[in-house]
Design a protein around this ligand. Sequence first.
Ligand code: ADP
Length: 260
Amino acid sequence: VPIASIPANENKSDISGTLAVFHDITTLQEIHERQAEFVANASHELATPLTAIKGFAETLLDGALEDKVLTRKFVSIIHDEAERMHRLVQDLLQLAKLDSREYRQQLHLEPVNLRPMFENVIQELSSRWQGKNLTVTLDPSPEDVFALANPDWVKQVAINLLDNAIKYTPIDGSVWIRYRSDGNQAVIAVRDSGNGIPAKDLPLIFDRFYRVDRARSRAAGGTGLGLAIVKFIVETLGGKIEVQSSAKNGTIFIFTLPLA
Ligand code: ADP
């Protein structure tokens, strides 16, 4: 829809053409709607733990404080819900940062050696699979592979994918990271022997707040933002990400990064 035009040749000799300004209202409308939906989702996600915190604090003030066992139980719930809100706010801040063009433009890229990067991430997350008896292995490339990337971002991607693999793989399962160079790209795979993601959900799992099983994600401490952050980072760095999954073979996320 042209929203402004200047007619040509209105008896003025110095005007020699027509200028039409086209404005893509549909896109703006869509962005606006998506933003509104995001704010509604974020508010809802924050309201859930907040309601629990308020409810348990009120019950304590109404007399439960007299009972030591109940007090311990309720304060522990309040603590867990506050932790949950904290994780959510951290993920929301991270997304806001990624969304900011200024931040992306200032981003510093450098060669990132993938082997020590993934070794460190596995080490850092090791407490998360204690008690589940998972086997978590890194299958390093025979030669060093350097991606051209921001180290904090690659770390964030590895943490989110590995954390999901650990969360959604039952006891005695296995999780595996592999990376190789292929042409001018680094190809990285994070695979698990978990129960997989149903085919109908696969196209949606990178959407903000999408979860296959809300209760399960919540119980595992999920925010529904991890994969949205992963996809955003990988694509901003010039890579691609895809997922394959089946109930029999588990799930594999494969992403690429440009080589340094
Ligand atoms: P969450 O915080 O809920 O884990 P994510 O954005 O990281 O959010 O993932 C979105 C959803 O995708 C999860 O809730 C889960 O249902 C599914 N998912 C992600 N990774 C895996 C995996 N490795 N195995 C099975 N399901 C997964």
